[in-house]
Design a protein around this ligand. Structure first.
Ligand code: HEM
Length: 198
């Protein structure tokens, strides 16, 4: 004797809900942006409130601290261009070979650029401070603070799952643009007015 099992009615049976996808809530994203803004404001307040020490550190191979900073920032700006193109490769906007290799280039050029920029910015903040004596220094000081806030946002956002598609390209674009503006208002100005010197 065969037993008849009731078959499910596929027309009326409720469709099971899709497995929940991990998403970053708007509140979390807002928190990340607030943390970045706090970093920028804290740097600006520190740069404005403390007395610039004017200390000049000398780096072997360079004639002055200014020249060393101009070249370190130039290295960071070149690596930022590598960052831009490798990001375009990751997002499939340009063809650049294996995905894993391009992602590795993006990660390491970013780490290296940040390593170059930190001693430069520490000297700027500690020795020179937030200055407003002409348009160039105002832009440089403001964008210097924005750069570190935007960088903090990028680092906090990166490990989050289910980020909205616009977040990383937007914040990555801001970090890149800020670094190029910093280079134009410092290294480029230095090379054009003082001269291309080591
Ligand atoms: C990624 C961050 C930064 C980079 C790559 C950078 C790069 C440079 C470079 C290469 C110079 C020229 C060398 C010199 O004059 O000593 C410079 C000058 C200067 N920086 Fe920065 N900087 C950064 C952030 C900041 C921040 C956060 C501040 C202040 C809030 C700042 C304030 C200044 C000032 C006041 C000068 C002197 C400008 C002048 O009189 O020519 N910088 N920076």
């Amino acid at each position: 004797m065969t037993t008849q099992y009731p078959l499910p009615d596929y027309h009326t049976a409720p469709v099971p809900p899709p497995a929940p996808r991990a998403t970053t809530s708007a509140a979390t994203l807002l928190g990340i942006f607030a943390a970045g803004a706090a970093v920028s404001v804290a740097l600006g307040v520190y740069g404005k409130l403390h007395d610039p020490t004017g200390i000049a550190v000398s780096l072997a191979g360079f004639s002055s601290a200014q020249a060393a900073k101009a070249w370190l920032a130039t290295g960071a700006a070149l690596l930022a261009i590598v960052q831009l193109f490798s990001a375009l490769g990751i997002y499939g906007k340009i063809k650049l070979g294996s995905g894993a290799a391009v992602a590795g280039v993006h990660r390491w050029s970013g780490r290296l650029a940040f390593l170059l920029v930190v001693p430069v910015a520490v000297h700027c903040l500690y020795a020179l401070g937030f200055q407003t004596y002409d348009a160039r220094t105002i832009v440089h000081s403001v964008v210097g603070c924005i750069f570190f806030g935007a960088f903090a946002v990028k680092m906090l956002a990166l490990p989050r799952k289910g980020l909205a598609g616009w977040v990383l390209p937007t914040i990555g674009g801001l970090v890149f643009t800020a670094l190029i503006v910093l280079w134009l208002t410092s290294s480029y100005w230095f090379f054009v007015t003082i001269g291309v010197q080591r």
